[in-house]
Write a protein that binds this ligand. Structure first.
Ligand code: AMP
Ligand code: ZN
Ligand code: FE
Ligand code: FE
Length: 298
């Protein structure tokens, strides 16, 4: 039987203090499992008011997300604002460091990102070659033009080929940092990343600082601030309450923007945080927008 509109799921009715946002989400244009359209629909159903599309090293998901947000918002009579963003992969002290960039000028960032994407493709191939040499041949799925391959795609291919039981085993045995088939990003330093984002009018924010394995926060942060870092991702599923409180204090001390999100990758991606899991207050987005406006004006 076909579901009528009345029976179809509806977005929740929100109370005055329940206006929540997501400033960190992935789609199938990088290693998320939901297309931008499906992600937007899920976000509306979870009561998200504004959502940043922050795929790894690509802006390719923005247009579809924006279009879907317009259509679904009208259909459900509930607005969902799409915030353009990305999660830039950089290296600091030879360890992976992710820098979020919000509101970049797409025209300025397109060409430099092409180079980052090409690097990701070369890196994926290097990991496939390493795996082959280790006795784990895999077939990587076709990746379209603006899509960013990452270790999760390789983990999935290892699972499909029957070399590992699940994604976790793939990372634990072969793909995690320092494991035999892991290949680091091509040389692109955190400070180069921050400078690139600034030159493209984006707001650079250090993503999930407590996932960083290349040094103490107190020592690393000053170097990033010197390069022009504007904010820190405070709310993240990997952070403990204590860590989030600490980050809030640091943001206050250095007058930095706070952001946050569930780093949602969709169902079956090996990440456990659901949409709206972090209850990120909508006020953080106002501060982000104010910074963007003052950046453009100066
Ligand atoms: P990449 O950008 O190719 O280095 O892949 C990074 C992504 O891999 C992260 O955003 C996570 O989604 C995923 N990832 C990293 N480490 C692990 C791990 N130990 N277990 C599962 N997923 C992981
Ligand atoms: Zn990811
Ligand atoms: Fe990340
Ligand atoms: Fe992420």
């Amino acid at each position: 039987m076909q579901a009528t509109l009345e029976e179809a799921p509806q977005p929740p009715t929100l109370g005055e203090n329940e206006h929540m946002i997501e400033l960190h989400c992935h789609t199938t244009f990088s290693d998320g499992t939901l297309s931008p359209t499906r992600l937007v629909e899920s976000a509306l159903m979870a009561g998200v008011q504004a959502m940043a599309i922050t795929d790894h090293d690509t802006m390719s998901g923005w247009d579809e997300a924006t279009q879907a947000a317009i259509e679904f918002s009208t259909h459900y009579d509930q607005p969902l604002e799409i915030v353009p963003g990305l999660e830039l992969s950089t290296v600091h002290n030879e360890k992976s460091m992710h820098i979020l960039g919000f509101y970049p000028d797409r025209d300025k960032l397109t060409a430099p990102l092409q180079e980052r994407l090409a690097g990701r493709k070369r890196r994926a191939q290097a990991m496939v070659d390493k795996l082959e040499a280790l006795g784990y041949p895999i077939e990587l799925p076709e990746m379209g033009e603006g899509m960013a391959p990452g270790r999760p795609h390789i983990a999935k291919a290892l699972q499909t080929a029957g070399h590992v039981q699940d994604m976790r085993e793939a990372f634990d045995r072969l793909l995690g940092e320092g494991k035999p088939a892991c290949v680091e990003y091509e040389k692109f330093s955190s400070t180069d990343g921050i400078e690139l984002l600034l030159s493209c009018d984006a707001i650079p924010v250090w993503a999930h600082p407590f996932l960083f394995r290349g040094g103490e926060l107190e020592i690393v942060l000053p170097k990033l601030l010197e390069a022009g870092l504007k904010g820190i991702e405070v709310y993240h599923p990997s952070h403990t309450d204590y860590q989030m409180e600490k980050l809030k204090g640091i943001c206050k001390q250095y007058n930095l923007l706070m952001t946050g999100g569930s780093d949602y990758h969709g169902p079956g991606a090996g990440h456990h945080a659901g949409l709206n899991s972090q209850n990120v207050p909508i006020g953080l987005l106002d501060a982000l927008k104010a910074t963007k406006l003052s950046q453009v004006a100066s």
